[in-house]
Design a protein around this ligand. Structure first.
Ligand SMILES: C[S@@+](CC[C@H](N)C(=O)[O-])C[C@H]1O[C@@H](n2cnc3c(N)ncnc32)[C@H](O)[C@@H]1O
Length: 635
């Protein structure tokens, strides 16, 4: 709790204050409040905030490559821990142990499947860049125990802390508590600011990619000095940069790349800079509402740095959003059963945290006053010269088919293209957002789209869609028609109101089955997630931002219907309602609309027309609502 946190940090501050002789300094304008360090008065840029003397800093110096110094630091900590009460760092160690205690769930102790899934969910690219997510210290522990590889005697001890002595092999077995304590320390090492130093108080400051106000310097005598990088107003908390971003993060590649976002893989309790290949960047002031809710969720608000200007940027965003996630979903979902609950929770947390942020961006972005490339092109043609209009022979201007690369136009920098092309999913043209075939042109029919997406006869994708995928489709829909016109809200969930499972229905592909007895008259499904399109163009755009297998599924699932007012629409049920099959034998038909006759009516709720037994498939009748009028949409 907050007060525990505060008390522990206060003890560390007191412990440090005892080391004034050794050089501890704490600027009088600062104080500890609720465990955070706050400026009570204005602080000037470059002012010294704190100095943590060498005696309080735990450190190793070595010629090893970076990765190993972390192990050494960890080893140094473990040695201190083994000294128990006689360690100089006893207060600091206590704080580290307690602050990390609830966090202990190290991926390296997970099953292989769990690790693989986390890797996939974190979407780290390229895979060898996985650091912040999977890096941990169990291998250090193994190394210690097996006296392996970690050549501790080669560690130069510049601080007089680590003397290079071989660690004893612990003839005595550790208790589970001791083991846990050590793992907790490993996490503390993971969360610190510098690969070779552990700095009390400073390491525990909240960090910020962009707007941090404090950073550290190492003085000749190894004192760690913390200085203000800009003016800090009275009332502001101190923020350090994140590791790897020690100077100005605006210039630092890591902060401006989508990798930052991916490496983070979670939404933390402070604002973050996010940059997307679509040329959108923003700060997300988010909090992660972990286990408090029925499902983990991130909530936050958006401060635009480079807001989207074009509709297509949002579309690209939605696509980036989907294409990358889809890659892992096939692997993640079927493996869900085979991973431990705690592993699954963590994987799920990463997944949902990212999804929530992306969803917010898609939704907030599409509320902005966006223009389409067509409008811009039209405007600039307008400015050119009206005389040209006279020459116009064909309505398409110069008659040349527009290069697909133009579609996203000026909204996207070459750097962004470069990043996006590295994100994989690149087809022959190298750019994942390239519109395929005739996807967006006016005379493109569903058959044409199916051809270009290779749905064809051989299309046999029948994986079960999970909630993330449904949300992807929903967000793509909102991105295309805009949140005002959208007929659904972007939330998780299903329109199916009764216990069900998705399963295989012989000869029909996927189907939905009851997992409980459902009495006659029960509301089984409601059109909570039905996306309604009123124009063929919208539907084409919607499909154009989604990956092939989803497009193929949607073409199979969506249908045309007549709204109560008589208007022709295209409806897509973006939930398991799409998987209801149609009857062959009339006796199978068990799902109908009791209240309104199906004919000439949009299907907006489905009831059990008779008692349905657990295990039975829900079966409807397509011809009751599907008007098969795609041709009236030019599709
Ligand atoms: C709305 S989807 C239903 C879900 C579908 N089974 C799936 O796996 O995605 C409609 C498609 O399901 C299949 N289907 C539905 N009812 C069927 C039936 N009685 N016999 C054969 N196929 C059926 C057809 O391929 C149809 O195009």
């Amino acid at each position: 709790s907050k007060s525990n946190l505060h008390d522990r940090r206060k003890q560390v501050l007191e412990w440090l204050s005892e080391q004034q002789q050794e050089g501890f300094y704490f600027n009088g304008k600062l104080s500890l409040q609720d465990g955070r360090i706050i400026a009570n008065r204005n602080v000037e840029a470059d002012e010294v905030l704190m100095e943590i003397p060498r005696s309080a800093v735990l450190s190793v110096e070595s010629d090893y490559e970076e990765g190993n110094t972390l192990c050494m630091l960890y080893n140094a900590l473990v040695r201190e821990l083994d000294l128990k009460g006689s360690s100089n760092y006893v207060v600091y160690l206590q704080q580290l142990k307690e602050e990390q205690a609830s966090d202990i769930n190290l991926p390296s102790l997970w099953s292989n499947t769990g690790q693989r899934l986390l890797e996939l969910v974190s979407m780290t690219y390229p895979m060898n860049k996985i650091t912040s997510v999977l890096e941990d210290y169990s291998h250090c522990i193994d190394g210690l125990q097996k006296e392996e590889k970690i050549k501790t005697d080669e560690v130069r001890d510049e601080f007089g802390i680590y003397n290079g002595e071989q660690h004893d092999n612990r003839a005595v077995e550790e208790t589970p508590e001791e083991k846990t304590q050590k793992l907790n320390l490993a996490l503390a090492v993971k969360h610190h600011i510098d690969r070779k130093l552990m700095v009390p108080l400073y390491d525990q400051l909240e960090h910020h990619h962009l707007n941090f106000n404090a950073k550290h310097q190492i003085l000749k005598d190894k004192t760690v000095r913390i200085v203000a990088v800009r003016n800090i107003a009275a009332g502001e908390a101190l923020f350090r940069p994140s590791m790897g971003c020690l100077e100005d993060c605006r210039d630092f590649a890591i902060a401006n790349f989508i990798e930052t976002f991916k490496n983070y893989g979670e939404v933390q309790n402070y604002p973050h800079l996010w940059t997307f290949g679509a040329g959108i960047s923003l700060i997300y002031h988010g909090t992660y509402e972990g286990e408090k809710r029925s499902r983990p969720a991130a909530v936050g608000n958006i401060e635009w740095i480079e807001p989207p200007k074009y509709e297509s940027q949002i579309a690209l965003m939605a696509k980036e959003h989907s294409a990358q996630r889809i890659e892992y979903i096939e692997e993640v979902i079927p493996s869900r059963e085979s991973v431990d609950e705690r592993e699954w929770l963590q994987i799920n947390k990463y997944c949902h945290g990212l999804m929530d942020v992306l969803n917010d961006i898609v939704v907030e972005g599409s509320k902005l006053d966006l223009i389409s490339e067509e409008e811009e092109e039209y405007d600039s043609e307008d400015e050119d010269s009206e005389a040209e209009e006279d020459e116009e022979g064909d309505s398409d201007g110069d008659g040349e088919e527009r290069d697909t690369a133009d579609y996203l136009g000026a909204g996207i920098s070459s750097e962004a293209r470069e990043i996006a092309s590295r994100l994989g999913n690149s087809k022959e043209d190298g750019y994942p957002w390239m519109v395929k075939g005739c996807d967006l042109s006016e005379d493109c029919t569903l058959d044409d789209i199916e051809d270009s997406r290779e749905c064809g006869e051989e299309y046999e994708f029948d994986a079960y869609r999970n909630e993330t995928e449904w949300v992807l489709m929903r967000s793509a829909y909102i991105a295309v028609v805009g949140p005002q016109k959208a007929t659904l809200k972007l939330t998780y969930g299903s329109g199916i109101k009764v216990p069900f499972r998705v399963g295989h229905s012989p000869g029909r592909g996927r189907g939905v089955f009851a997992t409980a007895d459902i009495p006659k008259g029960t509301l089984v499904w409601q059109a909570d997630f039905t996306a309604t399109f009123t124009q063929g163009e919208q539907f084409r755009k919607f499909l154009s931002v989604l990956p092939d297998d989803m497009v193929c599924d949607l073409i199979m699932w969506c249908y045309t219907a007549v709204r109560t007012g008589g208007e022709n629409v295209i409806d897509c049920d973006l939930d398991e309602g799409s998987l209801f099959n149609s009857y062959d034998e009339l006796s199978e038909y068990n799902l109908g609309n009791q209240k309104v006759s199906f004919a000439n009516s949009d299907l907006d709720s489905a009831f059990a027309m008779r008692d349905i037994q657990a295990g039975e498939e829900f079966i409807t009748a397509y011809d009751e609502f599907d008007t098969e009028k795609y041709n009236s949409f030019g599709l």
